[in-house]
Design a protein around this ligand. Structure first.
Ligand SMILES: Nc1ncnc2c1ncn2[C@@H]1O[C@H](COP(=O)(O)OP(=O)(O)O)[C@@H](O)[C@H]1O
Ligand SMILES: [Mg+2]
Length: 354
């Protein structure tokens, strides 16, 4: 065997197609989310009979398919009928009613937006949408500060299903009673994927992205395991892409465990760099908050002590302030019932910040 036989030649690539490893890629099959998609479509079904649909609130930690499963339902709906409009807004990118209404105008093809204010534009949108039925998805809806938007949509659009998606499992509690009482959504919580589901999903992506046999089984196993532990599918997509690029950079024809390990190291370095300055207790607290974003300080403290944590409540509280200062979390005071409560939301950098 020649010294250079195992080398990629000029113009050769390990990737059949890098697109399936993009975060925004919608795969032809969404595995492990059949019942969730069923629930979403049940909320939409009344629209087929020209009746008002149900509202639905989808919660669950980041990277477990909330967005992709919802978008998949919308694309199936579009194949089925032209009578129901589908609108999707990512409220992370569009976080004010004005930006959102402009986005909606754009999606319905309404062009006369110049010099018009939010209220005015909403009236136009309502006029257009009320001619038919509509499904409106507000993804990352917790990023919307102004609750009037929800109120307007709920009041002014008649035959609709409003789908709200958030990583915060306690988001509903933060809403004004005025909005809450009109919303009364079905609640749909996405659970984390099992190790097997994680494996299956990533295997499918490998099949789309790489030529057969390019990813060595040991490399795949390491990536799948790391992804399962992270509980975030985006980690897996990132690792596959990164390992592939590392192998290509070295002109190698296979993605080996060494490449996978290097990719994993990159993620770990990124995470530990962003977590430097946190002591062990704070790291533990952050891990708990990540899994329980949206809970109150008292609830998180209870989880922390249940986990074996020994800090006093006042120390725990000091450490929360430190985490909030470093923007690892957000603290938000809320008047709930007789006492005050502080809601903690997880706000660490996302894998998509890479
Ligand atoms: N069941 C699944 N089948 C295929 N790909 C999935 C599945 N679940 C998640 N993914 C992929 O993982 C990534 C993260 O999923 P996403 O829907 O963005 O998560 P979330 O909205 O819950 O944060 C996306 O690129 C998505 O395509
Ligand atoms: Mg999402």
């Amino acid at each position: 065997m020649g010294l250079f036989d195992n080398m990629l030649k000029e113009g050769e690539s390990l990737f059949l197609d890098p697109l399936p490893l993009d975060i925004d890629f919608i795969p032809p099959v969404i595995e492990g989310r059949e019942s969730e998609q069923q629930r979403i479509s049940t909320a939409i079904k009344p629209l087929f009979q020209k009746r008002p649909g149900k509202q639905i609130l989808i919660t669950g930690v980041p990277g477990i398919g909330k967005t992709v499963a919802t978008k998949y339902v919308l694309s199936e709906l579009n194949k089925e009928t032209d009578d129901i409009a589908t609108l999707y807004v990512n409220c992370w990118k569009k976080d004010t009613p004005y930006k959102i209404v402009l986005d909606l105008c754009d999606q319905v093809g309404f062009k006369f937006t110049h010099n018009r204010d939010t209220t005015d534009l909403f009236k136009e949108i309502a006029k257009i949408l009320n001619k038919k039925s509509v499904v409106i998805v507000l993804d990352e809806c917790d990023k919307i500060q102004d609750q009037q938007l929800f109120y307007t949509l709920l009041e002014e659009i008649y035959r609709k299903t409003l789908i709200l998606i958030t990583n915060e499992n306690n988001w509903l509690a933060k809403l004004d009673i005025r909005v809450k009482s009109r919303l009364t959504p079905e609640l749909l919580e996405f659970r984390a994927y099992t190790a097997k589901e994680t494996n299956d999903i990533l295997k499918k992506r490998v099949g789309f992205a790489f030529a057969p046999g390019v990813v060595e089984p040991e490399a795949f196993d390491l990536i799948a395991q790391t992804t399962y532990e992270a509980g975030d599918m985006r980690a897996g997509l990132y690792l596959l892409k990164e390992a592939g690029e590392l192998a290509e950079y070295k002109s190698e024809k296979k993605i080996t465990k060494t490449h996978a390990k290097e990719a994993v190291k990159k993620i770990q370095e990124f995470q530990s760099k962003s977590n430097t300055g946190l002591d062990d207790t704070e790291q533990t607290m952050l891990a708990i908050i990540k899994k329980n974003s949206g809970k109150t300080t008292k609830e998180v403290y209870a989880l922390y002590t249940k986990d074996g944590g020994t800090q006093s409540y006042s120390n725990f509280h000091k450490k929360l302030k430190h985490l909030a200062k470093g923007k690892f979390i957000q603290l938000e005071e809320k008047n709930e019932g007789p006492g005050k409560a502080t809601i903690i939301t997880y706000g660490n950098m996302q894998l998509s910040d890479f």
